[in-house]
Ligand binder design. Structure first.
Ligand SMILES: Nc1ncnc2c1ncn2[C@@H]1O[C@H](COP(=O)(O)OP(=O)(O)OP(=O)(O)O)[C@@H](O)[C@H]1O
Ligand SMILES: [Mg+2]
Length: 355
């Protein structure tokens, strides 16, 4: 019998590098699920310390796996939403953020020759937003659409890794030429600056950089417009995210969540944020669904919010490995069951966007 107290004791034998305490004592074991032969929990750490905690996550997984009778283990490392500075930006009054839509529309410039702009968002980090962005983009491309991906995650740009691209984009006639990988046009804040620099960006600076990537990249041409641009937004629901979604001309948003209550509450906040600025939520996606964390949480949450439910994606090592190797699973293994899920989600998204 797998015993909760025994699991906590094993986790407390793994040291939190910051406090020197055991993981459980340090409060790093959240959403713990213990059942016959399996255990899983969420470890939420500050966004800039995810690298420090990656080996701790691995150590916790190894310790749990070594328990007698333990068959399945999952430790999900997520980044706390970064606390935004208490600062209001121009065009974003308190009244505008507190009630309904903004009073004075913030001027936004639509990117040239781009038909639809889709945001992929999550209330918290580490739930698989980038994995969904890249694979959803690949699944949309598999429908014959011309697709671009813009990595706007100033806290942790991961598109270069997930698509296997590097190097500053070329300039042509004053516009940036996007990299092309696996049939997707791609631009990332990670290509324009070192990741460490990106982390310290805040509100106006971040939205300015993103606006540049949006409007100064040659996504399409008059003859060959881009059908859809997928934007991987930074996680969270603070001022940075609000400013970005107000300044970016979005046609819809997809919200990614894991099945746990802790992540769902954040998904709810993300939905509210889009609602306030009049961007339709095209639906919720449940990621890392399955035996360890359960399933169905996001579907119930979507029903509560009155938002469409787009489907669930299994917790599957193949998705992680493909992402780490810079090869979106949908593009390199279209037969994989997870790829089929992405195609089903893409079909619903394309329909909602009128594509
Ligand atoms: N369904 C899944 N099955 C297995 N691994 C997954 C799945 N979804 C995501 N992952 C892995 O979990 C990690 C976090 O995913 P990802 O980077 O896509 O999340 P994110 O929400 O974009 O995180 P961040 O907030 O850091 O940007 C990655 O290592 C990724 O490969
Ligand atoms: Mg990401």
């Amino acid at each position: 019998m797998t015993d909760r107290a025994a699991v906590l004791a094993v986790l407390d034998a793994v040291t939190d590098p910051r406090s020197g305490q055991g993981l459980a004592t340090a409060g790093l074991v959240q959403g713990l699920v213990v059942a016959e032969g399996r255990a899983g929990f969420v470890m939420e750490v500050p966004a800039r310390e995810t690298a420090l905690y990656a080996p701790v996550r691995d150590a916790a997984e190894a310790a749990l796996k070594a328990m007698p009778g333990m068959e399945r283990v999952s430790v999900v490392l997520t980044a706390e939403a970064v606390a935004a500075p208490a600062r209001r930006t121009a065009g974003l009054s308190k009244a505008a953020t507190d009630q309904g839509r903004p009073k004075a529309p913030v001027p936004t410039e639509r990117p040239a020759h781009v038909k639809r702009v889709l945001a992929v968002a999550s209330g918290k980090g580490g739930v698989g937003k980038s994995t969904v962005s890249v694979n959803l983009a690949a699944a949309l491309a598999a429908r014959g659409l011309s697709v671009g991906v813009l990595d706007a995650d100033v806290y942790g740009p991961s598109l270069p890794t997930m698509l296997g691209i590097s190097g500053q984009p070329a300039y042509e006639d004053g516009a940036m030429v996007p990299h092309v990988a696996h049939g997707l046009k791609a631009m990332s804040v990670g290509l324009l600056t070192k990741a460490e620099d990106a982390m310290i960006w805040r509100g106006p600076m971040a939205s300015q950089a993103i606006n540049q990537m949006l409007t100064q990249t040659r996504w399409g041409t008059q003859e060959q417009p881009l059908d859809v641009l997928v934007i991987d937004l930074p996680p969270g629901t603070g001022d940075v995210q609000l400013t970005l979604i107000q300044k970016t001309p979005l046609d819809g948003a997809v919200i990614v969540s894991t099945p746990q209550e802790v992540a769902l509450a954040d998904a709810r906040r993300a939905h509210t944020l889009f609602d306030k600025v009049g961007v339709p939520t095209l639906g919720l996606v449940e990621n890392m669904s399955g035996e360890v964390f359960g399933t169905g949480g996001a579907e119930a949450e979507a029903a509560r919010l009155g938002a469409p439910y787009l489907g669930d994606l299994p917790l599957d090592g193949a998705l992680r490995r493909a992402g780490d190797a810079g090869r979106p699973l949908v593009a390199v293994d279209p037969q994989h069951p997870a790829s089929e899920r992405f195609r089903q989600i893409a079909a619903k998204v394309a329909q909602s966007l009128g594509l």
